[in-house]
Ligand binder design. Structure first.
Ligand SMILES: Cc1ncc(COP(=O)(O)O)c(C=O)c1O
Length: 342
């Protein structure tokens, strides 16, 4: 299946700049396991983005990044509070549960976002030996429903966590889309707001593969290198992940691609708002649209432009745009929607 569609930003290929970077480092011999100059240089780039006081670990995938961040912050008697929609809760086959040994406490949300009020309902049992000890609040930016937390909302969650001697983990598989949407410096929604550890996405934003785990308090990352190795996420030919990040972070490529994907989603939104059979269910803030459409039309539409069904029972679908979505893709899809749904 090579047809273009709206399934996910990981259906698209690799940014030309990233492919070129891989080609460029593909010569000679380099120190393995991250001891090479390209890894050092990519880490330096991250420091330019987030500031000097960070510790960066490159990994293969987003699940691995989340597992490493969470495992480094917890003991098996801890609990992790997250939204019911969190990728760590519903889409990682229990890897975070297995590797951390922690209890995950999902909180029911409708827009993908936690709030201090919701979190407070689970902040109890501290010091009580019969109760899992709450240690981490995990939030996703942008959320699994394409919504974004403002800097103040994140700060309020981080303040609450720190008041209770807890940490905040951010799943930033699509952090770039959130930064592009809010039009803020990335630090405003991460380290400046108080986030302790971040999974920084690469794959969904045009890399071939690779994510970064970023600790904003090096005291917390003392054991991260052991956790990464034990979690099978230590890449021996590290330069091939590092060089992709170097390319992505050069001249704001990571934000230009995200801005484009978000813009395409806005374009699609403007068009489908004119189709009465499409009922958008979430505010369109980043690169995706969630909508109810007539269930009996889903398969026909998928055959032309593939996309995922989000909630089979309700007939809710998800349409995601990517760095390589074109205006022609939108036009073609909208024409098909109009033909099938009106
Ligand atoms: C919010 C979020 N976090 C993490 C991941 C995990 O990424 P991977 O499939 O690389 O493990 C995904 C992938 O869909 C995601 O959407």
């Amino acid at each position: 299946m090579n047809k273009r569609g709206f399934a996910s930003d990981n259906f698209s290929g690799v940014l030309p700049e990233v492919m070129e970077a891989i080609q460029k480092v593909n010569h000679g011999h380099s120190m393995a396991y991250g001891g090479d100059q390209y890894t050092a240089s990519a880490i330096e780039k991250f420091k330019q983005v987030f500031g000097e006081n960070i510790d960066v670990y490159f990994v293969f995938n987003g699940t691995g990044a989340n597992v490493i961040g969470l495992s480094t912050l917890t003991q098996s008697w801890n609990s992790v509070i997250c939204p019911s929609t969190a990728h760590i809760q519903v889409d990682e086959c229990g890897a975070p549960d297995k590797f951390t040994g922690c209890k995950f406490i999902p909180i029911e949300v409708t827009d993908g976002k936690l709030t201090p009020e919701l979190i407070k309902t689970q902040l109890h049992g501290f010091g009580f030996e019969h109760h899992s000890q709450p240690k981490v609040i995990s939030i996703t930016q942008c959320t699994e429903l394409g919504t974004v937390y403002t800097p103040d909302e994140i700060k309020a969650i981080c303040d609450l966590a720190h008041e209770h001697d807890m940490y905040v983990h951010m799943d930033g598989a699509r952090l770039a889309n959130a930064v592009a949407s809010l039009d803020v410096d990335v630090r405003e929604i991460t380290n400046k707001a108080g986030v302790d550890v971040l999974s920084f996405g690469g794959t969904k934003n045009g890399m071939m593969l690779g994510e970064a785990v970023i600790f904003f308090n090096p005291e917390l990352s003392k054991n991260a290198k052991y956790v990464r190795k034990q979690s099978m996420q230590l890449c021996s030919k590290m330069k091939f992940i590092a060089c992709q990040f170097e390319a992505l972070l050069t001249d704001d490529l990571w934000l230009r691609t995200a801005r484009h994907a978000n813009k395409m989603a806005k374009l699609l939104e403007a068009e489908v708002r004119n189709i009465p059979a499409v009922k958008i269910t979430q505010e369109v803030q980043t690169n995706g649209i969630w909508a109810y459409i007539p269930k009996d039309k889903i398969e026909t539409l998928q055959n032309e432009y593939f996309f995922w069904v989000w909630d089979e029972h309700a007939g809710e679908v998800r349409w995601l745009c990517s760095f390589d979505t074109t205006e022609d893709d939108i036009k073609g899809f909208v024409a098909l929607l109009k033909e099938q749904l009106t």
